[in-house]
Write a protein that binds this ligand. Sequence first.
Ligand code: IPM
Ligand code: MG
Length: 364
Amino acid sequence: MQFELAVLPGDGVGPEVTTEAIKVLQAVSKRFNHRFNLHYGLVGGVAIDQEGTALSPDTLKMCRDSDAVLLGAVGGPKWDDPQAKVHPEDGLLALRKGLGLFANLRPVKVSPVLVDSTNLKPEVIRGVDFIFVRELTGGLYFARPKRRWQTSRGRRATDSMTYSEQEIERIVRVGFELARGRRKKLTSVDKANVLESSRLWRQVAMEVARKYPDVELDHMLVDACAMRLIQNPTYFDVLVTENMFGDILTDEASMLAGSMGMLPSASLAGVPQEGINIFGMYEPIHGSAPRRAGLDMANPIAIILSIAMMLRYSFGLAKEAKTVEAAVDEVLSQSYRTYDIMGDGKTKVGTKQMGDLIAEKVEG
Ligand code: IPM
Ligand code: MG
């Protein structure tokens, strides 16, 4: 089969890890006889420097005309001035909104071989395997009013947490569909004891649940969820939540896996269902890590696992996705480690070598 892929390497370690992801994709193409046509573009700080904007209309169009988008990372100290008119992150938000990527999937799976390399007790994190579904185009990030103004008593600013029932319904459905293919347990996270938008969220979640009698739904307040993620993370199967809660909880959850360098993500424009290919953007959870940039240090596993998610959700290539995931497991079980997951008696490798090792296994 043939696919069009937009590739936006971005800033910091983004280009280095993207190169390794493409290497693995080429290995998939050789082994399974697919063709991936790559279309490169700029996003984030590099786009600000070269095109004067964090995401040009041409780049957005190129993404729209593709079957999927692969993104490295955006941001860095060079563009951090809070007074600046544009920020690299604007490019990311424009992609999410402009491409209608409302469903952000962030799986957290603790690899058995890495159980001992995290800050948490092995007995707490052994067997952790859940997936966060974060709403990505609404809530505090995008809803209006969103502004800053001057009053006689000083400056004021506001952001609003607004959700329509349609926005809630479609994201909750994503949670249910994913739960169906897993352990059939969905936790909807809200703050319904205080927020009106959360009360609507909870009500809509209960309404959608009627169509999924095979899935068990529970509701958890966001503060309790933050606690439960550390206290008893194996409790969870699929979690669904609004944009800002999801942003915060997924950073917390990522620490269970030992390193952000291990975690992939998908941002989808539709509800994933068996047999349907959905347009999506795929990126590692970690950021641009400017201090590691250009040093051949960054762990490329997060973006390589993002390639696996892309094969699964946007290209309908489940077997190919599993091959990539198995290759990652195999390389880890042979004791190869990048600096962020290094342990006693392990073999330290750089970004390129990690990519080579995984690509070799994929090619078979
Ligand atoms: C994330 C990041 C982004 C977000 C930033 C970079 C805008 O933290 O993807 O979680 O807040 O959504
Ligand atoms: Mg975040």
